[in-house]
Design a protein around this ligand. Structure first.
Ligand SMILES: [Mn+2]
Length: 244
């Protein structure tokens, strides 16, 4: 059996990332895949990119990784952009949209947000039609011979697993900015990697406590823009846009 750890949405939160990586080293993990959004929101985009690049076997592009490479005038985007520098921005531009692989007879696809675009957001409570569209082959994912049996993604910072119509849809949650509960999140998928032969496959969602106050201190020390909203999200695990 092989185990692949799938991490996503680190968003410059290094204490959370370190806690997840420590957990990964305590398990028998064979590969680490990252589904993007290393940057933005938190104080250390540049460290997050460097660590992920070094530690992960596959890195996929997120919406922040895409938008940060564009021209900006907004203060927040400029602040994060400046920390990254040209080389890291070029690296972010080069990232692939998705990855397909076989796991014990199932075709698994991983991307950041949806089959359509890194900017299209799909929640577990969205319509069946929206959720089934996650399994479509599109211009973005490419057109292999079949559609995937399992799709895993990040983006919503809200971990879950659902089965319907013979398909499995799962979200790995967020390492650095969880918005479902206040612990870092990642997933492990276990099976025979690269095998088309039917066999058991499992998905596990792991939650890890980390030093939230240290993450907040790092953001304060860097005098990060939109600090208050960020602190509230880390302390409550609730999205800044929601009313209490
Ligand atoms: Mn994100």
């Amino acid at each position: 059996m092989n185990r692949i750890a799938i991490i996503s949405d680190i968003h410059g939160n290094i204490p959370a990332h370190d806690a997840v990586m420590k957990d990964i080293t305590h398990r028998d993990i064979h590969k680490i895949f990252c589904l993007g959004d290393m940057v933005g929101k938190g104080p250390h985009s540049e460290i997050a990119v460097d660590r992920v690049k070094e530690q992960c076997d596959v890195v996929i592009k997120g919406n922040w990784d895409d938008s940060i490479t564009m021209k900006h005038e907004h203060e927040t985007m400029l602040w994060h952009q400046k920390r990254l520098g040209e080389q890291r921005l070029d690296y972010l531009k080069s990232l692939p949209y998705s990855i397909d692989f076989w796991m014990s007879g199932k075709l698994v696809r991983l991307f950041h947000a949806s089959a359509e675009s890194v900017y299209k957001r799909v929640q577990p409570w969205d319509s069946m039609e929206e959720r089934l569209a996650m399994f479509n082959n599109t211009e973005s994912t490419g057109f292999p011979d079949k559609e995937p049996d399992m799709v895993g993604y990040g983006d919503i910072h809200n971990a879950y697993i659902q089965n319907y119509r013979g398909k499995t849809l799962f979200n790995v949650g967020s390492v650095g900015n969880p918005l479902d509960l206040k612990q870092a999140s990642y997933a492990i998928i276990e099976g025979e990697f690269d095998s088309k032969e039917q066999g058991s496959v499992s998905i596990q969602i792991v939650r890890i406590p980390y030093d939230i106050e240290l993450s907040i201190k790092q953001a304060v020390d860097e005098n990060m823009p939109e600090l208050e909203a960020y602190i509230k999200e880390l302390r409550t695990g609730k999205y800044r846009g929601l009313k209490d």
